[in-house]
Design a protein around this ligand. Structure first.
Ligand code: FAD
Ligand code: MLT
Ligand code: ZN
Length: 462
């Protein structure tokens, strides 16, 4: 280690891996946004909690900014290091720690990938139910730091529901054991909950104790084609009323075009403006008949134009790919992303307001809609025409986002449903949080991180 300051870090934590090669700085300095040029000072990869504590004590002594880093699949720039920060990657801390069959909890290191967590739960005959397409590369620490949602929120809620305890290392290197797996704990402020969705600005999550649940009954996956936008929530109300839903996700014909061009297989012929992938409990013939009856009723009402029920696991995966493959299919175009939510009851009116706004403001851009419509969460991805200057494209999208934020405010919605604020949405925090709330949030940040070294510039405009 030639840098004299970094040499003191290497000396303070002898087992620590430290990376400074240009390729590593680039790799660890960015997330899926690809909007900022990575420029971290170095990458620290602790292997133990003690090493992580040494890193934070050292960063505190040197007043050096730290960017906590998981799988860097984030879509809001939360894990971006573009300003000489020390990236602290949890990648080496990726193992299960303990399983408790009585408590039905699994304790894991924060760098464990979501899919590995799901597999570990399954190996004990139980379910960790948070799930989404980045499962193979995102980390449980990143999921907690963003309160990740995904495709099963309609049944199981967000990550927040599944956290029984957290081990957190503070900005000064102290170790906090928050909630310790307790179900009942009315002993004052719940700092565990404060950590969830804090985007690495209050502490570094080192370990998490996760609640597990029973695996769901056997299910069926159905793809539906819908003739118009209003049918989305009509079919949702119909299906939610008659079936036990595990997922209800939508996308448009524009999204379908991209995912098909990226290798997915068409499952319904013809042109249809909207599609839904839904999964529901179908353990017996009665449940399967109920699904068929709901489908037929939707057809009779003119809310459904066509549909297909998967007849095998492979077919179910192929239907899911039409929805789950959208993000990857758009990624080469570096879309400008909005990730917004309103109450489920407000979705129909909100969709109309969005259609009017986006139609008026983006006549020249391709706009891709999809998302977790059953949770009131809409993803709007805007694609630049080929060859358009990046800065000009972003400036135009920011202009529209200001209108979008104002509309959300009228609807009492959120500018970030599940991806976090990060760098991307910090200018719009006021559309979702009142001035008093933001002042209190800044006070919390000050209490946890008095020197402002934890992920500075994220969540709040500095
Ligand atoms: P990172 O991107 O590494 O970090 C995210 C934030 O968490 C940063 O602010 C970082 O500083 C902080 N952080 C990371 N680790 C820690 C830690 N140990 N302690 C403290 N802070 C930490 N998100 C959804 O919610 N739902 C979806 O359906 C969904 N689908 C996706 C599909 C694809 C294909 C992709 C690429 C992304 C998707 N995402 C989705 C977004 C992303 O995967 C989630 O935000 C995920 O939770 C990020 O985890 P990560 O480990 O990659 O975090
Ligand atoms: C999704 O629902 O697919 C994700 O949140 C990813 C995205 O918004 O691109
Ligand atoms: Zn999503």
């Amino acid at each position: 280690m030639t840098d004299p300051m970094l040499a003191t870090l290497a000396a303070a934590a002898p087992g620590l891996r430290l990376l400074t090669d240009a390729a590593d700085l680039e790799h660890y300095g960015r997330d899926w946004t690809r909007r900022w040029t990575p420029a971290p000072l170095a990458i620290a990869l602790p292997g133990t909690i003690e090493e992580l504590q040494e890193v934070m004590r050292w960063a505190h002594r040197h007043a050096l900014a730290v960017v906590p880093s998981g799988g860097r699949t984030g879509l809001s720039g939360g894990a971006v290091a573009a300003d000489g920060e020390l990236v602290v990657s949890l990648e080496r801390m990726n193992q299960p720690v303990a399983f408790d069959a009585v408590d039905r909890t699994l304790t894991v290191q924060a760098g464990m990938p979501l899919q590995a967590v799901q597999d570990a739960a399954r190996s004990h005959g139980l379910l960790y139910p948070v799930d989404f397409a980045a499962r193979g590369s995102c980390s449980i620490g990143g999921n907690i730091a963003t309160n990740a949602g995904g495709i099963r929120v309609i049944r199981y809620g967000n990550t927040r529901e599944w956290i029984a305890g957290l081990t957190v290392i503070t900005a000064t290197g102290e170790r906090l054991e928050l909630n310790r797996g307790l179900i009942k704990n009315s002993s004052g402020y719940d700092l565990r909950q404060l950590m969830i969705a804090s985007e690495g600005t209050l502490g570094i999550i080192a370990e998490a104790t996760l609640k597990l649940t029973d695996p769901p009954p056997p299910s069926q996956v159905m793809l539906l084609a819908l003739p118009h936008m209003d049918a989305l929530m009509q079919v949702f109300a119909l299906f939610r009323g008659r079936l036990s839903l595990q997922a209800f996700e939508f996308f448009t014909d524009v999204a379908l075009r991209h995912v098909l061009a990226h290798g997915a297989q068409r499952a319904i012929e013809g042109d249809h403006p909207f599609y839904v992938v839904t999964e529901y409990d179908a353990a017996d013939e009665q449940a399967q008949d109920a699904a068929l009856a709901a489908f037929e009723h939707g057809m009779e009402q003119g809310w459904i134009s066509d549909g297909v029920i998967a007849q095998s696991d492979a077919q179910a995966n192929a239907l899911w790919r039409l929805r789950e493959g959208i993000t990857e299919s758009l990624a080469p175009r570096r879309p400008y992303k909005n990730d917004v939510s309103v109450r489920v009851s407000a979705v129909p009116a909100f969709l109309h307001a969005m259609q009017a706004l986006l139609g008026a403001e983006y006549p020249q851009f391709e706009v891709v809609w999809f998302g977790h419509i059953g949770d009131g969460n809409l993803h709007i991805n805007v694609l630049a025409p080929p060859g358009m200057d990046d800065a000009m494209f972003i400036a135009q999208c920011e202009h529209v986002t200001r209108h979008l934020a104002a509309t959300l405010q009228q609807f009492g919605g959120s500018i970030s449903a599940e991806h976090g604020i990060g760098l991307v949405k910090r200018a719009y925090l006021e559309s979702t949080r009142s001035a008093v709330e933001i002042a209190l949030m800044r006070g919390v940040k000050q209490a946890f991180d008095p020197n402002g070294i934890l992920n500075p510039g994220k969540l709040f405009v500095r």
